[in-house]
Design a protein around this ligand. Structure first.
Ligand SMILES: Cc1ncc(COP(=O)(O)O)c(C=O)c1O
Length: 458
């Protein structure tokens, strides 16, 4: 009934106020999503999460290949049309006369810095825009002064590139890195205690994920940051997957530095990230590319990387507008609804095990991990792809300097554009595998390439 109400009201509003299909099309779906959100403003995010009429408007804002069911949004997410179109627009504009327009677009980035800071809860002077989380995190990982013997505390399930970054400092400068292991899912108190017990008088940095890229294990960031601060230890938090997926304010985390992939859950064009650095900490970190001394206290020193594609960064403004049009709370509620839909349905199969904490209060939204007893996850991923055209990534632990863990899991990550039909196809596929197994010959040989080869992509 409410959905009908919204459709009618939204339709009338759009006919009256906008009244032109061409205008709606050129806005790449943003106006329709905005109108849809206005029409459900009197309902809770949890109620809206179940309103397929609402989410239909969001789904239509993307140009996708619906022949494939993408449940690997933990990788890089597609941008909505409005974002992609703005990349083309800015590129075309800059290309007309780079010496004129590039500087103009670059100056306008200050507006985006301010909008990002307002949305995610920090001072604009604490928000640096980068090309991704790898860059953001490496700025602070490589930028902090450490000497031989100083210790960094991290985990075996932190992101491989970030572990490699610390590993390079071990080889280059003789610092020591301690990697904590933890079971999945882990309780927040357990994670806190593991860090607390691993701290030594030589610990100078604690580096951990807000949520991991594996099972989406959530970490008690604020408590760990307070613990670290009380001992003079610097905190670097990997928020690649967190910002834009579920709501929180950066300043509330109380960490020193926080790196993000904006081409993941904020749906920004590929090549966007950000780095939050607590104001007092800015002078403690050297930038990756040299900046003048006058910029020691300026967050912009982390952005001095020479000529780069400003169109990509400028289009971040549209990605933020799209995020705000849905609303952070509604987005998180929908992601959680989709995750709980498949996870609850698969409870009927005793061999299915969920490795992510899905209880209340919420610790997981759009990413969760699952396995089926007795089935190799690489074979399972191939089976899902071959028979059902479902893409989900198999997780298998490696050896240092990569992530080390002793479980296998399939990471499942839908997005705001995912339909219930797509989730239900995944449920059907997993039920098929749980009941009937998967063909033996799908188990890949050691030297067989990955289902989605990622050479040079990490
Ligand atoms: C936990 C985590 N940290 C860092 C990164 C690197 O992010 P980016 O690809 O934006 O450099 C990723 C990417 O998947 C990630 O999952």
């Amino acid at each position: 009934m409410k959905s009908e109400l919204w459709s009618r009201r939204a339709f009338l509003r759009m006919c009256g106020a906008v009244g032109a299909t061409a205008t709606m099309a050129s806005a790449g779906g943003l106006e329709r999503v905005t109108a849809a959100s206005q029409s459900v403003a009197d309902r809770t995010p949890v109620e809206v999460a179940q309103d397929e009429f609402y989410w239909r408007e969001v789904q239509l804002a993307f140009k996708l290949d619906r022949g494939l069911i993408n449940l690997n949004n933990g990788f890089t997410c597609p941008s909505p049309r409005v974002v992609l179109e703005s990349v083309f627009r800015y590129m075309e504009m800059i290309n007309m006369l780079p010496v004129h327009y590039q500087g103009m677009v670059a100056n306008n980035i200050q507006t985006i810095r301010r909008r990002m800071a307002n949305e995610f809860g920090c001072d604009p002077e604490e928000m640096a825009l980068t090309r991704g989380a790898s860059e953001a995190l490496q700025i602070v990982q490589n930028g902090i002064d450490l000497k031989a013997g100083d210790e960094v505390l991290t985990t075996e399930q932190d992101y491989p590139r970030m572990l490699t970054t610390w590993d390079q400092r071990v080889r280059r400068e003789g610092i020591k890195v301690t990697r904590i292991q933890f079971p999945v899912p882990a309780a927040q108190d357990d994670l806190y205690r593991r860090f607390e017990q691993a701290i030594t008088p030589k610990t100078k940095v604690m580096h951990f994920c807000h949520t991991t890229n594996l099972t989406a294990q959530l970490f008690p960031v604020r408590r760990l940051s307070q613990l670290a601060r009380s001992k003079g230890i610097v905190t670097i938090v990997d928020g690649a997957h967190a910002l834009g997926q579920f709501p929180f304010k950066l300043r509330d985390l109380e960490c020193d530095a926080y790196g993000v992939s904006l081409h993941k859950w904020l749906l920004a064009p590929i090549g966007n990230g950000c780095l939050y650095v607590r104001k007092e900490m800015i002078p403690r970190f050297w930038p990756l590319q040299a900046a003048p001394e006058q910029q020691d206290n300026d967050i912009r020193k982390f952005e001095s990387i020479g000529t780069h594609p400003w169109a990509i960064r400028a289009a971040l403004g549209e990605a933020l507008a799209f995020h705000q049009a849905i609303g952070a709370e509604r987005k998180a509620a929908r992601l959680r609804y989709l995750t709980l839909r498949w996870a609850n349905a698969l409870k009927a199969y005793p061999k299915v095990k969920i490795l992510t904490n899905l209880g209340e209060p919420a610790e997981a939204w759009g990413v969760a991990a699952v396995n089926i007893e007795g089935i190799d996850v690489r074979a399972l991923a191939r089976f899902l792809m071959d028979k059902y055209r479902v893409i989900a990534v198999p997780l298998v632990g490696g050896a240092p300097p990569n992530q080390v863990f002793d479980y296998q899991a399939l990471r499942v990550s839908p997005n705001v554009y995912t339909t219930l039909e797509e989730i239900d196809t995944f449920i059907e596929a997993m039920a098929d595998a749980a009941k009937n197994g998967v063909p033996e010959d799908l188990i890949p040989a050691e030297d067989e390439p990955d289902l989605f080869p990622r050479e040079g992509i990490d």
